[in-house]
Each structure stands twice: as structure tokens, then as C-alpha cells.
Design a protein around this ligand. Structure first.
Ligand code: FAD
Length: 457
């Protein structure tokens, strides 16, 4: 009567249905995490996420130890490692949270077959990493919703399951060896301002967000300098927080801020149900209507200026530099940076999506690829030809220019909103601006190029 719980994107003890089911009736449990070679081979094991993961694993282990357990860490091919651990522990079942990518589906199927061949059972649990399970809501004519608004209507009518508490005590069998847990200190290339990971930090952040951020969220979520969003995305990505619990607690707090916040959690589920139904949308060779872009040397030079935060458009450069320094970027920054790359520079969204995935601590296949396609106008956006103007958007969402001055020190001397058009600055306002580049493209020229190109596709 021993179970293995395979932790993946659910690195927490609170509201963890697989752990609850596995330990029911006093069964012994082996909490297992496998550093999956497949994830590294696919290019997803980047420094910022590895560092955050290291924090999460240490924190999970500490939480398990407080309850009489411990985390077992292995590295290698995930199916082989789970079977090996299940055999060493003489476990008759393995519990796992359902996930949405093609890779996760395949892993689940291979694991099921391998375990069954050894006479063991695999239990896959829904709604651990989403509020509503992908595929649970479908329109009359399809197996998934391609447009957010009707999805959200149906989603809002669901009541998420009640969140579970953390287990009080656990019993782990002897004789199942673990590798040493990784530490972020040993990792090169981590962003200097990267946030800390782990469930303890996540729950503190959640409590302070509910107390002092949520109420003003609707009004302030686009305020770049105010930084008034929850910053819970890395915790949702690694599953140190449960999205179902977030919905319950936000709704309990109530008000327009809570409603707006819950709507964003629905966007997360929306993209996951698209990806679960159409795994090909995240594949590198996936192409749709309008998927035509500039290529060649000058396109590559423009993309590099964008990556480096040197486009000459301050709000874009501030956002790109925030990404590099923190491994995280404000949502309004992501929208502006993605619109600028795809529509103003007319560079393939895949170039931008890859760069984001290389740096974002919350870098996530469903959210990243599908948001990029949404902004590029090749995905589910109902206004595919909308182009965001970085000067107008900067004035609107960073009216005092504080966000730009925080991230672009060359412009520290520029006053107020004038910072958004540095090419117009004169005299003392230009002090220190020397190294800041001229705009890579004139906005009107960029817009005309985009409209010409789109009219042909
Ligand atoms: P809040 O505003 O506090 O929102 C709460 C939660 O809702 C977020 O943590 C997130 O889980 C979810 N959420 C918010 N906006 C979206 C959205 N548009 N789509 C899906 N879920 C959302 N988010 C990621 O988690 N990983 C990514 O790789 C990612 N890539 C993106 C790429 C682009 C081009 C764009 C435009 C958006 C991307 N997003 C991504 C969505 C969004 O920008 C981030 O989730 C958000 O900025 C995280 O900050 P927060 O936790 O403070 O968000």
C-alpha cells in the first residue's frame, strides 16, 4: 500500500488532489520529482526557470520534511525513472496532475503503458494546474473554444472545486534514494533581479496581494510604473499556487478588482484548452493565415535591437530591459513589445516568442505561444490588424515616464512624459542621453509596411 506522486507543474502541498488521493487511508507516499531530460533537450531548461525551480524543490522538500516526509529527486528519462522508483518502493499506483502540451500527453500515455506492464496503475488528476479542465467546456460545433468571450461566459458559470488543505503528516518508505537538491547559487546566467520561488514565498505574496493589491487591480493593472499586478505568474507556472484556490479567495474578497483578476485566470485556462485540443499550435512549424514576415539581415538587426532594448522607443526598451533584469515583464510591456516586433518591425512572432521563453521565469508554452499569436494577429485575436503605438501607449500607461526612467538610465534626465519621444528633447533634457539610439524605424513607415503586407495576405 504505497503510492508514488509525480510532481510536475504542481510544486505545492496545499490544494494538491494527487497527494491527497495517494496518501488516503494512511498509505505511504513517495513524493517524486524527475528532472526530465526531454525538457532540457527541447530547450526549455533555461537559467531563470531552473533557478526558480531549484527554490521550489528545496521549499517542497522542507514542507514535506515538516510533515515527516521528504522529496525524492531523480534525473533522466521520466517514464524510466518513475518506473524505477515505483519498483524500488514496491508501489502499486502512481498519481500525476494532468497537463496540456503534446509532450505531456505523450508522457502520460507512455507512463500508463509502462506502469501497466508492471502491474501498477496510473491515476491522472484534473484541475490541479487549471481551474476548469481543458475539454470540460465545449461549444456546440467544436471540441474547444477558439474565441475568449463565449468561453469566459461558460467558464464563469462553473464553481471550481473547493481547495484542499495541506496534509498534516506523511509517511515515506525507506530505501528510495534521492539525488541532492539543486541550488540557484550554482547556476550561471540567472537574471540578477529574479524573484524567489517556492510555496512559502508564493503564499506570502498571495496574502499580501489579496490584502493590498486586488481591490485596485481593475483600475491599475495597466499602470506600468505602479507595477500593480499580482506577479503570481511564476507561481502559477510552477504550481506553487493552485489556480482554483486563487479563484475562491479572490471571489471571497469580491469587488471589481477581484472580477478583473479572475478574468485573467480564465485567460490562462482558455489558452490551455486551445493547446490541449490543438497541440500543434505550439509547434515551431505551425503556420496560419497572415503568417508572413520579413527575413534577412536587416530584419535580424532589428530583432537584435529589440532583444537588447535598443529600438529607440523608450517604453519598448524599458520593457525589454525589465525582462532581462528580472526574468519577468509587465503584461502591458509584453503586449507593447510583441506588437512592436511583429507589426512595427514586421519580424516573425516566433523570434520574439523564443526570446521570451529564454528569459521569462513564467515562460509557458500555452501562455507564451498563444499570446504571441494573439498579438501577431495570427491566432485568436478578433482584431488581428490592431497596431499599438509605443509613444501613445507610453504616454497613456506611463504618464509620468517613471517606468522608462527606471529601466533606461540614459533617459533619467528627461522630464515627465517627454521621455517617450527622446528625439524631441533639447538642451538640458538631453543630458546623459548620448548612448541612447535613434528609432530603428519611423512609426508611420512601419505602419504603412504592415498594412501593405497584410492587404496581400
Ligand atoms: P496578473 O495581471 O496579476 O494576472 C493574474 C494571472 O492571470 C497571471 O499570473 C497569469 O497566470 C494569468 N494571466 C494574466 N494575463 C494573461 C494572459 N494574457 N494570458 C494568459 N494568462 C494570463 N503569461 C505567462 O504566465 N507565461 C508566459 O510565457 C506569457 N507570455 C506572454 C507573452 C505575451 C506576448 C503576452 C502579451 C502575454 C504573455 N503572458 C504570459 C500573459 C501575461 O502577460 C502574464 O501572465 C502576466 O503579465 C503575469 O503577471 P501577473 O502574474 O502580475 O499577472
Amino acid at each position: 500500500n504505497t503510492s508514488v506522486v509525480l510532481f510536475t507543474a504542481d510544486l505545492r502541498l496545499h490544494d494538491h488532489p494527487p497527494l491527497r488521493a495517494a496518501s488516503a487511508g494512511g498509505r505511504q507516499v513517495v513524493p517524486l520529482f524527475v528532472r526530465d531530460r526531454g525538457v532540457a533537450d527541447a530547450g526549455f531548461a533555461v537559467p531563470n526557470r531552473l533557478a526558480f525551480l531549484a527554490d521550489c524543490l528545496r521549499d517542497l522538500d522542507a514542507g514535506l520534511r515538516e510533515r515527516g516526509g521528504r522529496l525524492v529527486l531523480r534525473s533522466g528519462e521520466v517514464v524510466e525513472e518513475v518506473c524505477r522508483v515505483a519498483a524500488a518502493a514496491d508501489a502499486d499506483e502512481v498519481h500525476l496532475a494532468a497537463d496540456v502540451s503534446a509532450y505531456a500527453h505523450l508522457r502520460e500515455e507512455r507512463l500508463r503503458r509502462a506502469l501497466e506492464a508492471d502491474g501498477r496503475r496510473l491515476h491522472v488528476h484534473d484541475t490541479v494546474t487549471t481551474v476548469v479542465a481543458p475539454g470540460a467546456l465545449t461549444p456546440a460545433s467544436s471540441d474547444h473554444f477558439a474565441v475568449f468571450t463565449p468561453y469566459f461566459r461558460r467558464w464563469s458559470a462553473q464553481r471550481p472545486r473547493d481547495p484542499l488543505g495541506a496534509p498534516r503528516s506523511l509517511s515515506v518508505p525507506d530505501g528510495v534514494g534521492s539525488e541532492r537538491l539543486p541550488s540557484r547559487d550554482a547556476l550561471p546566467g540567472v537574471s540578477a533581479g529574479l524573484a524567489a520561488g517556492g510555496e512559502v514565498v508564493a503564499r506570502k505574496r498571495l496574502a499580501s496581494w489579496l490584502r493590498s493589491g486586488l481591490a485596485a487591480y481593475e483600475e491599475r493593472h495597466d499602470d506600468l510604473a505602479g507595477d500593480a499586478t499580482s506577479r503570481l505568474s511564476p507561481h502559477l507556472h510552477f504550481g506553487t499556487l493552485s489556480p482554483a484556490e486563487l479563484v475562491h479567495r479572490a471571489r471571497r474578497a469580491g469587488g471589481p478588482g477581484a472580477e478583473a483578476f479572475v478574468r485573467q485566470l480564465a485567460w490562462r485556462d482558455f489558452h490551455r484548452q486551445v493547446l490541449a485540443a490543438r497541440p500543434a499550435v505550439a509547434a515551431a512549424d505551425y503556420r496560419t493565415r497572415h503568417d508572413h514576415w520579413r527575413s534577412g539581415r536587416s530584419a535580424e538587426e532589428d530583432a537584435e535591437a529589440w532583444r537588447q532594448g535598443r529600438t529607440g522607443y523608450p517604453v519598448i526598451d524599458a520593457a525589454m530591459r525589465q525582462l532581462r533584469y528580472e526574468g519577468w515583464m509587465h503584461n502591458r510591456g509584453r503586449l507593447l513589445a510583441a506588437s512592436f516586433l511583429t507589426k512595427t518591425l514586421y519580424v516573425d512572432w516566433r523570434v520574439g516568442a523564443r526570446h521570451f521563453l529564454d528569459l521569462l521565469v513564467d515562460g509557458d508554452l500555452a501562455n507564451n505561444q498563444l499570446n504571441w499569436q494573439w498579438v501577431a494577429g495570427t491566432g485568436t485575436d478578433t482584431r488581428p490588424n490592431r497596431v499599438l503605438n509605443p509613444v501613445a501607449q507610453g504616454r497613456r500607461h506611463d504618464p509620468e515616464g517613471a517606468y522608462v526612467r527606471r529601466w533606461v538610465p540614459e533617459l533619467a534626465g528627461a522630464p515627465g512624459a517627454a521621455v517617450h519621444e527622446p528625439w524631441k528633447l533639447r538642451g538640458a533634457d538631453r543630458v546623459g542621453i548620448g548612448a541612447y539610439p535613434d528609432p530603428v524605424v519611423d512609426l508611420a513607415d512601419g505602419l504603412a509596411r504592415f498594412r501593405r503586407a497584410r492587404s496581400k495576405t
